[in-house]
Design a protein around this ligand. Sequence first.
Ligand code: JB2
Length: 213
Amino acid sequence: MTKPFLILGGGGHARVLIETLYDQGGVIEAIVAPELRHVREFKGAKHLRHDSDVEGYQPDSIKLVNAIGSLPNDAKLREQLFKRFKSAGYSFATVVSDTATLSKYVQLSESTQILPRAILNACQVGVNTIINTGAIIEHDVIIGSNCHIAPGAVICGSVSIGDNVHIGAGAIVIQGITIADGAIVGAGSIVKKDLSATSVHYPAKPFIREGSE
Ligand code: JB2
């Protein structure tokens, strides 16, 4: 039988993940978050307010789910919680939505999360990385750890993405591009050149021509 889940974080990302876990027959033991909105998805689960409360469970008695998404004020929290609890002997669930489409040659890692209707051809995804709703990851793509590929992004064939990279919603990365660690690609960008570490790629500025009478 699958172990009960402890969910780290109780926001929007947690809600999406929990829906998949319930659909797959999972049992949610508790949500671990400083504060929690009372929404349908969390009903029946305990609320633990402190991350240290996780230590009340033996590492082999539960599975953790890293439901911290990308918090604007604390981009590293997801990675920090993963490292903290891995070094204390806990393990993290890899969550794959039933509506995602994955090639049989996809290689996923611990705590990778593949959200509804994402499509992955033969590719590799590193630890603790989120492939969000409806994103497309093409053949021979390699994605590092702690990345967030936001909803609807398209990563074309043979792209290489380092660690801690954020690809914004609806962005397109053309084939063969390399994106180094910590880079940020703004929503709606079209990336046609390699990006160096921690660089930021902005989308094209909107150009509006008023109607002429
Ligand atoms: O130190 C913490 C902590 N700080 C905030 N430990 C734990 N265990 N939880 C913490 N939190 C919790 O993270 C907050 O109490 C809240 O429940 C949650 C953040 O929720 P929010 O909805 O603001 O963000 P999110 O991480 O669920 O979702 C972000 O990332 C997703 C991928 C948003 O940007 C979403 O729009 C996005 N889809």
